[in-house]
Ligand binder design. Structure first.
Ligand SMILES: Cc1ncc(C[n+]2csc(CCOP(=O)(O)OP(=O)(O)O)c2C)c(N)n1
Length: 597
């Protein structure tokens, strides 16, 4: 044993497990932990009290801790960290863990556990946390020996952020955090293995992709959240690749912002509520290059009718995704940012003339499938799409860095369709799991990470009530979060499906006894505003944006508005519903346009 090693061991001899844990978190550059205390984690809370390197944000519910950490992670590119107690603390975190798993968000969830000697005895607040969270995490650990603690935490960070990111849970029995634990020398001491996902796609597959790009007359990039996970360089690479190749770009919900949504080459989102041009291009392309996207069913619709005549290339870091849903012609297994780099290097600028393809796309685009009519008389009812558009336009004027979170429902789709994102990491939404109650705690996480930025949760009134207690967190930390509620008094997305599929029998989708959102805001030490008609909308948005504290804006919108375009579940992309007046819309689609897809 050399002298410095000996010195280190002597220095660390008296450290408790909780102190070792915090040392490793500091070593991993953790600055913020979102959590909620309880008996099993008291030693960790005590250690937090006696240090000043890591900030702890006290949420009001463990589910919210996970969503806040998710948004912190997605908006910064760092790993989000959560701390919860045993039993109910851990079970409350499960929804957030599944949410992070589905959307590939890197997280560490530290959960307290009863002392090792009591595990399996139905001790107070005992739950089989590793058992319960096994399918909810990318990986989980139960720390059984003090000497395993530091190596496990180090390995957990590697697993959470490496390859396809995801949540990792570490269950910490109380005796492990109370007792002494050694801290191995830095860099040393991973427990099992090096987690080493493959980063560079096969050179031959890159060649095949370039050859396909040269042949293609109707190519399309279908981009997803993987590009954002890969880091800002991947988004820059995508912009460059699109510019140099002239290939149109569509995006999943999770990928919005990786490519500027205001760019002419952007066709809008594809899938169930995607634009007409994005979906018809997906259906009619002859080469589909999926970049960091996973063929989710909200994107593919009917799998056997998905992009039926295209040659398919799939760039993904997770081998399990290749050929999982759609048969792939060329897999590009690796980090999508590096794959894009490799494609850029191999592309010599010689492709087919894409102008006929673009002419066709412009024809589809002329339909203006996201268009809507807003009656502009002051007393007119506000259409939700118009509220989102005005919100976007008015925030634009401020020129501030803006982060948007959402809840789940129609408002989420309208936000995706009508707010614009020209930078990655600014759009924070629950895509895979579709978790109502995500947006408000996510706004907490984003605002903690970016204290000077404008953070807005575009919400529905029903979703808002799912994690409304986080107004307390917002008040405690004086976070100037703006909660922008599109209040239609319905669980609008449910109402829409009931209208279309269940003969307008609106079973349990009307929200009776909603709170007065202005008074609710005031009860949580914030400001409440309300717009009930078009004449009031701009004034409310202006006041909300000008106020430097938290605001709840209750925007009363048309109750029966449906979200279009829409591909009914199980239908192919060329069978979209474009609006309530389907016949009139169908007449607008040219024969030629229909023939070509
Ligand atoms: C936790 C959870 N429970 C249930 C659902 C099913 N669900 C999806 S959208 C929706 C209605 C959302 O209503 P609201 O928040 O008012 O938004 P709107 O659709 O009206 O914009 C429901 C109940 C869900 N996504 N998440």
């Amino acid at each position: 044993m050399n002298a410095s090693r000996q010195q280190e061991e002597t220095n660390t001899k008296a450290l408790s497990g909780a102190e070792v844990l915090l040392r490793v978190l500091v070593e991993q550059e953790v600055e913020v932990v979102f959590g909620y205390p309880g008996g099993a984690v008291l030693p960790i809370y005590d250690a937090l009290f006696r240090q000043n390197r890591i900030r702890h944000i006290l949420v009001r519910h463990e589910q919210a801790a996970v969503h806040a950490a998710e948004a912190y992670a997605r908006s910064t590119g760092k790993v989000g960290v959560v701390l919860v107690t045993s039993g109910p603390g851990a079970t409350n975190a499960v929804t957030g863990l599944v949410d992070a798993l589905m959307d590939s968000i890197p997280l560490i969830c530290l959960s307290g556990q009863v002392p090792t000697a009591l595990i399996g005895n139905d001790a107070f607040q005992e739950a089989d946390t590793t058992g319960i969270t096994r399918p909810a995490t990318k990986h989980n650990y139960l720390v059984k020996r003090p000497s395993d603690l530091a190596p496990i935490v180090r390995e957990a960070f590697e697993v959470a952020s490496g390859g396809r990111p995801g949540p990792v849970l570490i269950d910490l029995p109380k005796d492990i955090t109370v007792g002494n634990a050694p801290l191995p020398t830095s860099g040393e001491g991973r427990l099992h293995r090096r987690y080493a996902p493959r980063l560079d796609a096969d050179a031959d597959a890159i060649k095949q992709t370039i050859a396909a790009m040269k042949r293609a007359k109707r190519p399309l990039f279908y981009t997803g959240g993987g590009i954002i996970n890969s880091g800002p360089k991947a988004s820059e690479g995508l912009r460059e690749l699109a510019r140099r190749t002239g290939v149109p770009v569509t995006s999943t919900l999770m990928g919005l912002g990786a490519f500027p949504t205001t760019d002419k080459q952007f066709l809008g989102m594809l899938g169930m509520h995607g634009s007409y041009e994005a979906n018809l291009a997906t259906h009619g392309c002859d080469l589909l290059i999926a970049l960091g996207s996973r063929f989710d069913d909200r994107v593919t619709g009917r799998v056997d009718a998905f992009s039926p005549n295209s040659f398919k290339v799939h760039a993904d870091i997770d081998p399990a995704q290749i050929n999982k849903i759609i048969k792939i012609d060329v897999p590009l297994l690796g980090d999508v940012g590096r794959t894009i780099e490799a494609l850029l290097q191999a592309w010599d600028g010689e492709g087919q003339d894409l102008s006929p393809w673009w002419a066709q796309i412009e024809g589809w685009r002329a339909l203006d499938s996201l268009g809507f009519q807003q009656d502009m008389s002051p007393e007119a009812i506000i259409r939700p799409q118009y509220a989102v558009r005005r919100l976007y336009e008015m925030t634009q004027r401020l020129g501030r860095d803006t982060f948007v979170t959402t809840e789940v429902g129609q408002h989420q789709m309208w936000a995706a369709q009508h707010f614009q994102f020209d930078k990655p990491n600014r759009w924070l939404t629950s895509g895979g799991l579709g978790t109502m109650g995500y947006g408000l705690p996510a706004a907490v996480g984003a605002q903690i990470a970016h204290p000077d930025a404008l953070v807005i949760d575009i919400a529905g009134e029903a979703s808002t009530l799912m994690n409304i207690q986080e107004l307390g967190t917002i008040a405690q930390y004086r976070l100037p979060v703006k909660l922008f509620i599109l209040n239609n008094r319905y669980m609008g997305m449910v109402r829409q499906w009931q209208e279309l599929l269940h003969g307008s029998r609106y079973s349990q989708s009307y929200s009776e006894a909603l709170p007065d959102f202005i008074r609710l805001a005031e009860a949580f030490h914030g400001t409440g505003l309300r717009a009930t008609n078009v004449g009031e909308l701009d004034g409310v948005i202006e006041k909300m944006l000008a106020h430097d504290g938290p605001v709840v804006a209750d925007i009363c919108v048309a109750q029966d508005e449906n979200c279009f375009p829409m591909i009914p579940s199980g239908a192919p992309h060329n069978e979209m519903l474009l609006g309530p007046d389907q016949e009139a819309n169908a007449a607008k689609i040219t024969q030629e346009g229909m023939m070509l897809v």
